[in-house]
Write a protein that binds this ligand. Structure first.
Ligand code: ZN
Length: 419
């Protein structure tokens, strides 16, 4: 046994009720293919929010919502002067979303509140469950909008002014479903934040691990590259006199691949978009435009990858008579989660003897912004085939229960260790 004896006692979540909650809320926006279409601030979103309020209140929680519609279900602690240990994720989905992305985090948190309520277990801090508004960003871009306002990354004014494709303002949609609250978004002290989520990748399933101890979110940079050569007749232009932009591009694509491999296993590099001009079978290509996506858990590695790519580009340009420009168009720094919170998750997984491994998130989550304002980490569970943002998305009952159990014990551990 681990040092967890005593922390959490024998309290565990009711996995059957948790699964039943997943199926029950999946009715709000259910699609014929078994997925969910529950875009933020729609009627379906209102229905699941109302369900959230009713269900949390039945567990003795006080439910409030802020000016961005973020919902907070609070179970009181024994020391009312302490800010809450929070758990959360999102109940909105993609247009053809699944039953688990985001939902496991909110309903898993609900299972924790239920376990505390039914066991009568007391905590020093209040324990609070958060349902973030518009995590997906598919109706109102960008994603993670309301946790972003909460963390001060976006202003509330710019968020409220966002419009969907039909020209509906975010603020009007929020007022329309009755969830624009009086508390200003961000004016809500928190002591820590834990987010349970499906991995949305294949690693845990492939390695037969139940729990991913998430240590951070990888950094990411996007570049746009333009390679300019000289159009020429495919028959009449001798090889020695060509400036073939596509051949130069081929060398650069190969460089992205080899640079990423050189920094394996953490780094990834992708050329996913390419436009070849004039794209005619008997013309030597005179211009190519393509994208580069570089990611790694360590920003310093991304910088080194960029330097290597720029050096290769300079060499290709001088050897091949090409003009190559590289523009950095997006820089999303890596996030490292809080060591105390990560340790709480690791100890919780050990205490249940769940197979676990450290993992870095390849996707963005509300936890990315929360990490800027409070000790934060995440817990991953496997999903079938790593498939997500898809109606086929699926997870095993036992894994969902395990994730919620780890969330429960991590929260109890944090309650003891944090102030
Ligand atoms: Zn999500």
């Amino acid at each position: 046994m681990s040092g967890f004896d005593g922390i959490g006692g024998n309290v565990t979540v009711d996995g059957g009720k948790l699964w039943a909650d997943i199926l029950e809320t999946a009715r709000f926006g259910a699609t014929p293919k078994g997925g969910i279409r529950r875009l933020t601030l729609t009627e379906e979103d209102r229905q699941v929010r109302d369900w959230f309020v009713r269900t949390c209140e039945a567990l003795g929680c006080v439910v409030t919502f802020d000016s961005m519609g973020n919902q907070f279900a609070r179970r009181a602690g024994t020391n009312p002067s302490l800010p809450p240990i929070t758990m959360g994720s999102h109940l909105d989905t993609q247009p053809t979303g699944g039953k688990f992305d985001g939902i496991v985090g909110v309903l898993g948190g609900l299972a924790v509140l239920r376990a505390l309520h039914e066991s009568g277990r007391e905590t020093r801090h209040p324990v609070e469950l958060i349902n973030w508004t518009n995590e997906e960003g598919s109706r109102f871009a960008p994603a993670m909008l309301s946790s972003g306002v909460f963390a001060g990354v976006f202003t509330e004014e710019e968020a409220l002014a966002k419009t969907d494709r039909d020209g509906v303002r975010f603020e009007d949609a929020l007022v329309g479903i009755g969830y624009r609250g009086a508390e200003r978004c961000g004016d809500h002290p928190v002591a820590a934040y834990f987010e349970l989520h499906i991995e949305q990748g294949p690693i845990l399933e492939a390695e037969r691990k139940t729990i991913g101890v998430v240590t951070g979110v990888q950094g990411m940079r996007w570049y746009e590259v333009t390679v300019i050569g000289r159009d020429g007749h495919a028959g009449a232009t001798p090889m020695a006199l060509r400036a073939d932009a596509l051949v130069g591009t081929a060398k650069l694509i190969e460089a992205v691949q080899s640079i990423a491999l050189k920094h394996a296993p953490g780094a990834v590099g992708t050329v996913g978009l390419l436009e070849n001009r004039p794209n005619s079978r008997n013309v030597v290509p005179g211009e190519v435009f393509f994208s580069v996506d570089l990611r790694d858990p360590d920003d310093a590695v991304i910088v080194r990858m960029e330097e290597a790519f720029r050096a290769t580009a300079a060499q290709v340009a001088s050897e091949s008579g090409l003009e190559i420009t590289i523009e950095l168009v997006w820089d999303s720094p890596a996030v490292r989660f809080d060591p105390t919170c990560i340790d709480a998750v690791r100890r919780a997984a050990d205490s249940f003897a769940y197979p676990a491994r450290d993992i870095v998130s390849g996707a963005g989550h509300d936890a990315v912004y929360m990490a800027g304002v409070t000790p934060t980490t995440m817990i991953f569970i496997p999903c079938a085939g790593g498939v997500s943002h898809n109606e086929e998305e699926s997870a095993e009952t036992d894994d969902v229960t395990a994730g919620a159990n780890v969330l429960l014990r991590a929260v109890l551990d944090a309650d003891e260790r944090l102030n």
